[in-house]
Design a binder for this molecule. Structure first.
Ligand SMILES: *[C@@H]1O[C@H](CO)[C@@H](O)[C@H](O)[C@H]1NC(C)=O
Ligand SMILES: *[C@@H]1O[C@H](CO)[C@@H](O)[C@H](O)[C@H]1NC(C)=O
Ligand SMILES: *[C@@H]1O[C@H](CO)[C@@H](O)[C@H](O)[C@H]1NC(C)=O
Ligand SMILES: *[C@@H]1O[C@H](CO)[C@@H](O)[C@H](O)[C@H]1NC(C)=O
Ligand SMILES: *[C@@H]1O[C@H](CO)[C@@H](O)[C@H](O)[C@H]1NC(C)=O
Ligand SMILES: *[C@@H]1O[C@H](CO)[C@@H](O)[C@H](O)[C@H]1NC(C)=O
Ligand SMILES: *[C@@H]1O[C@H](CO)[C@@H](O)[C@H](O)[C@H]1NC(C)=O
Ligand SMILES: *[C@@H]1O[C@H](CO)[C@@H](O)[C@H](O)[C@H]1NC(C)=O
Length: 402
């Protein structure tokens, strides 16, 4: 378990499998990259030493003073070898990134496709540190140099945006998907601290609720993995202090342990069968050396009864872990559906479309909008697989070749 790039694989697959309906494929919003020129002043660099970056689409009309920030995702690197590899790709260097990003789903500027946030300032924070924007360290042995400066990148981007209007925000939402969804948990209260006291600030994690679960061989492989990310990249000092003072610090990288300490209103969007967690937390390749899960992993319809039971156990653990939040968080929201998916807010097909996933007849876009604007309580929990016929369980066997 070294380098995770599932999100790219899945997005590609989605593109291959589901062409969006015609009305939803109008001209796409393309947004240029802005490099953070002042980042070196605070030592903020991507893994390879390149400048960090974001993409900003300016708000307009009634949304001109509202801000949505979205952390890009893309797995983690946990040793020198995997981080060196990453440093020469778009996951570790702005040099190799696309300089133009397409803004869709929650980032769309089209009222029909994104009714609650379309006219906000929308910013995508590019991910190039490999530790969910939370490391602060450096590796330099004379021949190889790696910057582990995610925390400083976070700060550099915020400092760059504050004078551009973020500092006078009336409403703000910090979001992110996958490793970026995890970053949302880690930086939520810090985000609030930069904004006006009377601003309405909330946070949303999409597919970032990574569980401290055992895999099918009863190993805590995800815990080992996060521990190695945290120690390599110097993450511990940047985690919630209240959490790290009561638990092994690296455990606080897991949202389930840091969530109780987050004060800002939070929304958790996740699939109970999140494909990344299924493939890497529950059934990492090392725990299935004989490939018994091979077919089930790539098509839930091919899972046998025992495998389905194991998946239901994972779902139960997720719901159990979320129970205190579900029961006691008065300002929190959630949408835990039963689709085999990973990241559902960035793609138009899952965010808001005629056939996008729903729970209790609510789309994801609607549930999050209702929660953000206090229109109604949104704590949606789907029935277990395979009951939900709004899912696009779009894991096909072709994913293996992608
Ligand atoms: C984006 O960058 C391209 C190429 O540098 C430039 O031609 C275009 O005007 C830019 N668009 C905006 C909105 O700044
Ligand atoms: C520095 O680390 C890299 C990567 O681990 C290794 O290939 C290289 O030999 C090391 N250089 C020295 C001087 O130890
Ligand atoms: C927010 O994080 C920055 C580092 O990124 C730190 O300097 C600052 O003190 C933090 N603010 C709060 C209120 O914790
Ligand atoms: C917050 O307070 C400032 C200064 O008093 C005011 O200009 C602004 O409109 C207020 N914002 C909100 C969202 O009420
Ligand atoms: C548990 O998982 C970790 C991380 O993948 C691995 O290094 C370790 O060898 C595994 N332990 C066992 C007993 O399989
Ligand atoms: C975290 O600890 C500080 C200082 O002990 C305390 O003031 C604060 O209320 C705690 N926060 C939470 C969410 O428990
Ligand atoms: C909710 O909070 C109350 C009071 O702190 C606590 O007794 C109860 O156990 C909590 N419920 C859950 C499900 O955590
Ligand atoms: C579900 O919501 C749609 C609008 O999004 C509405 O037209 C439809 O009547 C609703 N169905 C039920 C069963 O409530």
């Amino acid at each position: 378990m070294k380098e995770y790039a599932m999100k790219a694989v899945l997005s590609l697959l989605i593109l291959l499998t589901y062409a969006p309906p015609r009305s939803y494929s109008q001209p796409q919003r393309r947004v240029n990259m802005t490099l953070v020129r002042n980042a070196p002043l605070i030592g903020a660099y991507c893994l390879d030493g390149s400048l960090p970056a974001y993409h900003w689409d300016r708000g307009f009309g009634a949304g001109a003073r509202n801000w949505l920030l979205q952390f890009e995702g893309g797995g983690w690197c946990n040793d020198i070898k995997s981080c060196l590899e990453r440093a020469s790709t778009r996951r570790g260097s702005t040099r190799y990134m696309s300089k133009v990003e397409i803004f869709s789903g929650i980032l769309s500027n089209n009222a029909a496709l994104n009714p609650d946030f379309y006219n906000w300032n929308r910013v995508k924070l590019r991910y190039c540190d490999g530790a969910s924007f939370a490391g602060d360290s450096k590796f330099d042995n004379g021949t190889s140099l790696l910057y582990f400066r995610g925390q400083r990148i976070w700060q550099a981007i915020i400092l760059d945006l504050l004078p551009k209007g973020l500092g006078q925000a009336r409403k703000a939402l910090l979001s992110g998907c996958s490793a970026g969804g995890l970053a949302t948990f880690l930086h939520c209260d810090n985000f609030t601290s930069y904004l006006p006291e009377n601003a309405s600030v909330k946070c949303l994690s999409d597919a970032g609720f990574f569980l401290d679960a055992r895999d099918i061989s009863m190993n805590h492989s995800m815990r080992y993995f996060y521990k190695s990310v945290a120690s390599l990249q110097g993450v511990a000092n940047n985690l919630n202090k209240n959490c790290t003072s009561s638990l092994f610090p690296e455990l606080c990288f897991f949202p389930q342990y840091s969530l109780p300490y987050i004060k800002t209103p939070f929304f958790i969007l996740n699939s109970a069968y999140d494909v990344f967690q299924f493939h890497h937390t529950l059934v990492p390749p090392a725990a299935d050396p004989n490939g018994h899960w091979y077919h089930c992993k790539f098509n839930p319809a091919d899972c046998n009864a025992i495998q389905i039971q194991t998946l239901q156990g994972f779902r139960r653990y997720m719901l159990e872990t979320l129970k205190p939040f579900f029961v006691n968080s008065t300002r929190g929201g959630m949408f835990i559906n039963s689709c085999f998916a990973h990241c559902q807010s960035e793609l138009q097909e899952t965010w808001l479309a005629p056939n996008s996933p729903r729970v209790n007849n609510k789309t994801i876009s609607r549930a999050i909008g209702d929660w953000y604007f206090g229109r109604s309580i949104s704590k949606e929990i789907d029935c277990p697989y395979p009951c939900d016929n709004t899912c696009h369980n779009l894991i096909g066997k072709q994913v293996i070749q992608v």
